[in-house]
Design a protein around this ligand. Structure first.
Ligand code: PMV
Length: 318
């Protein structure tokens, strides 16, 4: 090994067409594809170094569950690449963790990229995306920046659809609640798949949403993208809410923001919302409308603060 330590900065991403559900019997592979945008300024900074002794060192403030998840990830890496290497990991996020802002996406993408670099694996882009996916489904997309899709075939992987420059869009993250979510996405997906009466329709209509979103992206058709992205988000959340026992990620402020976004869109402001497994709302808008949308949404009582960013998120490795 020529390097003993690597540094990676990887960005979070948000899905415009969501994935929700695992492919039964295929570990962490998704039941559906997805299409996302990278968030340039929401980043995980990871330092990975070679370790000694017989255990990995996780040198940041992490819960017991996170430590267990990371150790099991390293075990998978060692098994897959026939290595006995132990690791020393330090990582930090410049945005709230575990609140539905895709910290697992940027975190596991950074980790996969760092492992590839440190162990000199020379993985291809698709192999890298699969390595990230072992940690978190959405992490496969954060291996790239820009507009990225997951192909959920026999051996799911992510690929770049268009670079960020293809369609410069602004993104506002409206934070409504910074406390960690009560139900993690993996547990919520399994519950949705086994109990929600709407899960099968979610799966059945997903392919059409992917096609509509791809077409909208290739045509840079904002209205069409807005329509399919909001529909995909609402279908996902409808399935989650109707699982037993029900899971409700939204807060009153989440609904307030959704209504506000629709209200201003009807008045000619090009913007739409999407929400992951949490109560925060991400608003995508044309850059010319960034200030109007920020001022309007930022004035709502339930909005604690806004993070403004743009499509981007290409990882940085050194
Ligand atoms: O990356 P995971 O496995 O924690 O799942 C994330 C799921 C959503 O963020 C809700 C949707 C998506 O496609 O990112």
């Amino acid at each position: 090994m020529s390097k003993t330590c690597v540094f990676v900065s990887a960005a979070a991403n948000i899905a415009l067409v969501k994935y929700w559900g695992k492919k039964p019997g295929y570990g962490n592979q998704p039941a559906t594809g997805s299409l996302s945008v990278g968030l340039e300024d929401l980043r995980t900074q990871t330092t990975l170094a070679v370790g000694e002794g017989d255990s990995d060192l996780i040198e940041f403030d992490a819960s017991a569950a996170t430590r267990q998840r990371l150790t099991s990830y390293f075990d998978q890496v060692r098994q897959e690449f026939d290595s006995s290497q132990r690791f020393v990991l330090k990582t930090e996020n410049n945005f709230p963790t575990g609140t539905g802002l895709a910290s697992s996406a940027s975190g596991f993408a950074a980790l996969a990229l760092a492992v590839n670099e440190l162990l000199e694996l020379h993985l291809s882009d698709s192999e890298l995306s699969r390595l990230a996916m072992r940690g978190s489904g959405s992490a496969a997309r954060s291996v790239f920046g820009g507009f990225v899709e997951v192909i959920a075939n026999e051996d799911a992987y992510a690929r770049l659809v268009m670079p960020a420059e293809y369609w410069p869009l602004s993104i506002i993250v409206a934070i409504t609640d910074e406390s960690p979510k009560a139900t993690g996405s993996t547990e919520a997906m399994l519950r949705t798949a086994s109990t929600s009466p709407y899960y099968q329709s979610w799966l059945d209509t997903h392919g059409d949403d992917m096609q509509a979103a791809r077409d909208a992206l290739l045509d840079r058709d904002f209205e069409k993208l807005a329509e399919v992205a909001e529909a995909s988000c609402l279908k996902m959340h409808a399935s989650v809410m109707t699982s037993q026992p029900s899971i409700m990620y939204w807060q009153p402020a989440t609904v307030e923001i959704m209504q506000c976004v629709r209200f201003i869109r009807q008045r000619g402001i090009a913007c739409f919302f999407t929400i992951d497994a949490g109560s925060q709302v991400k608003i995508i808008c044309e850059p010319d409308h960034l200030e109007t949308v920020s001022a309007t949404v930022g004035a709502l009582a339930g909005v604690q603060r806004l993070i403004k960013t743009e499509v981007g998120g290409t990882p940085i490795i050194s």
